[in-house]
Design a protein around this ligand. Structure first.
Ligand code: DX5
Ligand code: ZN
Length: 221
């Protein structure tokens, strides 16, 4: 198990003052910035690209930027995000014709590689690629929007992926994304997640530090 990471999804931040929002959430104790990229093709929503990632780096953000690509095709954007300052790049296997090649491409560009499993994607997709990954990201909502409810079957899936990661003996992170909040994070952590994305649960509250603290305390308890 890797040390706990809280990765606020800036999808729920105020985009009109994004730099300040990111500064504030990091000052509040968050560890990474979760950066949701949507293309109105792989998912029915449209968000931000490499320019915004680069702008956050230029603004002075030094924390890891965890780029979650919900785009199809994937490969063309990988070098752009690497140049823009992405730390890790995760993608959905359904959106890449050659999953192994995309993983290698991400690593060749100097980033850590993650594979994202949708709620209905079987974990067998990890069979021949797990050892090459730095992170597995399990979606606990269908990708495309913030503020959805956590899908309970993700808990069993977390347990099964956790077993596989432990069996591999590798330092692979297990990240969960969708509907995570202080009230359910303890149960999610005991199912095996070590990296927690939370968008609406953090940015809807006036005191980011209070939410981040409650999340970390619940994981540690
Ligand atoms: C959904 C995104 C998530 C989302 C999480 O497609 O990948 O990162 O913003 O938002 P909440 O925490 O509000 O479910
Ligand atoms: Zn995400």
């Amino acid at each position: 198990m890797q040390p706990t990471v809280i990765a606020p999804s800036i999808l729920s931040a105020n985009f009109a003052r994004l730099g300040e929002e990111v500064d504030n959430v990091l000052k509040a104790g968050a560890d990474w910035v979760h950066f949701d990229v949507m293309d109105n093709h792989y998912v029915p929503n449209l968000t931000i690209g490499p320019l915004v990632c680069e702008a956050l780096r230029k603004h002075g953000v030094t924390a890891p930027i965890d780029v979650h690509l919900m785009v199809e095709p994937v490969d063309r954007l990988v070098p752009d995000f690497a140049k823009a300052g992405a730390t890790m790049i995760s993608f959905h296997p359904e959106a890449s014709r050659h999953v192994h090649r995309t993983v290698q491409l991400i690593k060749a560009n100097g980033c850590q590689a993650g594979l994202v499993l949708n709620p209905a994607t079987p974990i067998e997709v990890l069979d021949y690629v797990l050892d090459d990954l730095d992170m597995v990201l399990l979606m606990s909502v269908n990708p495309g929007f913030g503020g959805q409810a956590f899908i309970p079957s993700a808990l069993d899936k977390l347990r099964r992926v956790r077993e596989r990661i432990d069996r591999s003996g590798k330092a692979i992170r297990l990240e969960i994304d969708g509907g995570v909040k202080p009230e359910n994070i303890a149960e999610i952590a005991s199912a095996g997640a070590d990296t927690f994305v939370a968008g609406s649960a953090i940015f809807s509250q006036p005191d980011y530090a209070d939410v981040v603290r409650r999340m970390k305390d619940a994981v540690a308890a």
